[in-house]
Design a protein around this ligand. Sequence first.
Ligand code: PMP
Length: 407
Amino acid sequence: MSKDILNAKADFPLLKQTINDHPLVYLDNAATTQKPQVVIDALVDYYTHLNANIHRGNHSLAVQATEAYEGARRKVAGYINAEHNHEVIFTRGTTESVNLLAYTFGEKFVHSGDEVIVSQLEHHSNYVPWQQMCLRRGAAFRVLPFDENGELDLALFEHMLNEKTRLIAVNQVSNSLGTVNPVGEIIRLAHAHGIPVLVDAAQSVQHLPHDVQSLDADFYVFSGHKMYGPMGIGVFFGKEKWLEALPPFLSGGEMIDMVTPEKVTFNVLPFKFEAGTPNVAGAIGLGVAVDYLQQFDQHELQKYEEDLLGYGLSLLAEIPDLIIYGDPTHRSGILPFNVNGIQHYDMGVLLDTMGIAVRTGQHCTQPIMDALHISGTVRASLALYNDRADLEKLAYGVKRAIKILKR
Ligand code: PMP
């Protein structure tokens, strides 16, 4: 039997706190999610009983730590339905994963006059590394704009593809607007031109279907800390054929096979991309987060989160002078808004005095804010442990803040 979502809150010790004398309402999940007790226990247990460096030791602890680390890789590979476990590379997070590809792919496959396409809905993490790589390689950095609903135009995207296009980088869910982008269609269109696609799944892997094979994603990246896992651990998934073709990113220990003054040969996958001592505890913790997530019926979970978002948006829409940004056909996890005449920062500070944690500002998406001609938004973002009462408290808090600030 799958686990009951309505009881999930009890699994997260941090949520039992009061903040500013109010029970915490945590709605900053797009920035980072809280961790269930099982993940916290796994980290303590690792450092209490298992800590050893992996892959190179033959004593019992080294063997057990290696097995636990590789077990975590298998769990993550299973979660995203990778064809091979060695297609899962552990990194520090989405940002490092995108940089891994920007450096290696750029060095090997991007030359002067080539083009790379990103969307205007990207987080800086999936924007700046491509812009910088294009500058290094003399390539054109092209940006697919979003429309008045906060959606990408597929016809325009298809029009932008040409024989110079080397790679597409796009997120599955925008961290600022919550738009669910048609990455399946984008991949299909790009593949028709033989172009690979990187999917930034930082805001989708914990909320939406996460099957890299059915999506046919060439590269798929995400962060552990946004999916109930520890900070400092993330994933770079690449199809085997691409990982074989790409040069290593960081070099040093672990990623080599033979080293002489004249020559080096590289280790097999996935180790070729994991130079140095990795975040073993983080990977193990992420594996436990995956186990935790998989206790829920995945369809039920999606339905629950979708209903919750709809409920939150309807509560906010009733508030006079409140503007909700974007009106995409599919939205996931994000409630972006402002109130006329009130600074987003002031709204955030007042909500915090009521124990409500939201984020304000640009959310690392200046191109989105520039396109909307605003300096930022208030962003409430959801996780599986949120409930209707959290959103009622948010709506009540926003109304109270309006009263105070407009007095
Ligand atoms: N992409 C998206 C869509 C994100 O939401 C974030 C985090 N806000 C990132 C990339 C960067 O993730 P990290 O900071 O964990 O590397």
